[in-house]
Write a protein that binds this ligand. Structure first.
Ligand code: SF4
Ligand code: SF4
Length: 340
């Protein structure tokens, strides 16, 4: 993997130039949280730190999407063309790898998602301040990207180390090659040290949650545990955990009248809602809240792992941070392991 050095001054010039070529989105702090915003000024860019409060999926799989119009078909707008995301974190890159498996790696390619994926340049960055809710290290990830990016930026003192992850990334370097230099051994060492420090911080936060068995074994073994019922007692069925999750991708279709035509709309759904699995005639295989809670864990940590070889959880901790019932996935899994 090619590695380059980028000074802070050249970073400023480079992002200015990139923003003139395509809409550039980056994390910006608003009321103490990081959110993606369109580029206005380099001063607003927050690289490092941690993932944004909301999931990256909204830019690839929108909350509400018109997928067809009938009886007179019209052109459906699919996205805005090339765009650049700067400061994407390892957990959110992993979420795209997961969504790729669902939407574009099977026989049927979901055209809206595919178009957004093709039109996006991903410039990721290392985490430097994981939150207490973060647990990527417990689901086989690290707080810095290893793959899935076009370029990755590791913050150093007043500069960045830039790793190239794809041809698109290589192209972004070669077009602006005056901005980039060869890194020194010291700078590479600094990156390693920073990464080690962040990983150690994350490990320290999660020491008490670490389980002996894999998450997949734990949920498989505890299918009939009374703990599901106990945990569901705190759930208020708000659906936040699935909506804010960067990997949840269930949706429903409905029709909407517009003048002389109908639009077929696609909207996110949540397996935590009582009507999610209900079928015509009223039968509901997951009528109880505990069954729905358990299903979420099984889908993420067992079925998906069996089907695709990876967890459908990136440890981003958004569900932990946002759950109205204060249900912490790490705690539930630890309790399940210790319950037998
Ligand atoms: S289940 Fe929770 S921690 Fe895992 S990816 Fe979804 S929001 Fe993040
Ligand atoms: S966020 Fe918490 S309270 Fe809301 S549905 Fe999910 S588990 Fe239940």
């Amino acid at each position: 993997m090619d590695v380059h050095y980028l000074s802070k001054i050249n970073f400023r010039r480079w992002v200015e130039r990139l923003s003139q070529e395509a809409p550039l989105y980056h994390p910006k702090e608003i009321n103490g949280n990081l959110v993606y915003q369109k580029f206005i000024s380099e001063e607003e860019i927050i690289l490092g730190e941690v993932r944004t409060i909301g999931p990256l999926k909204v830019y690839f799989f929108s909350l509400n999407q018109r997928v067809a119009t009938y009886p007179s078909p019209s052109r459906i707008k699919k996205g805005e063309g090339l765009r650049i995301f700067l400061g994407v974190k390892a957990c959110d890159l992993q979420s795209l790898e997961i969504l790729d498996k669902v939407f574009i790696e099977g026989e049927y390619k979901e055209p809206f998602y595919l178009k957004e994926r093709k039109n996006t340049i991903l410039i990721s960055s290392d985490c430097t301040k994981p939150k207490d809710a973060c647990f990527c290290n417990l689901v086989d990830l690290e707080p810095y990207p290893r793959k899935g990016f076009d370029l990755n930026l590791s913050p150093l003192k007043e500069s960045f180390l830039v790793e190239v992850g794809s041809e698109k990334g290589e192209e972004l370097i070669s077009r602006f090659k005056d901005f980039f230099n060869r890194p020194s051994g010291e700078q590479i060492e600094e990156q390693k040290e920073n990464r080690k420090k962040t990983l150690n911080l994350l490990k320290a936060t999660n020491t008490s949650f670490k389980t002996k068995k894999s998450y997949q074994k734990i949920v498989k073994k505890n299918y009939d545990s009374p703990l599901w019922e106990e945990e569901a007692g705190d759930c208020v069925e708000c659906g936040l955990c699935t909506n804010i999750c960067p990997t949840c991708h269930c949706y429903l279709l409905y029709d909407e009248k517009e003048k002389r035509a109908f639009n077929r709309m696609r909207m996110w759904d949540s397996c935590q809602y009582i009507g999610f699995a209900q079928v015509a005639g009223g039968a509901n295989p997951r009528a109880r809240l505990a069954e729905r809670l358990r299903h979420r864990y099984l889908h993420k940590l067992d079925y998906f792992k069996d089907d695709f070889g990876l967890y459908m959880c990136t440890g981003c901790g958004r569900c932990v941070e946002g759950c109205l019932g204060k249900i912490d996935m790490r705690e539930v899994l630890k309790k399940l392991e210790e319950s037998k």
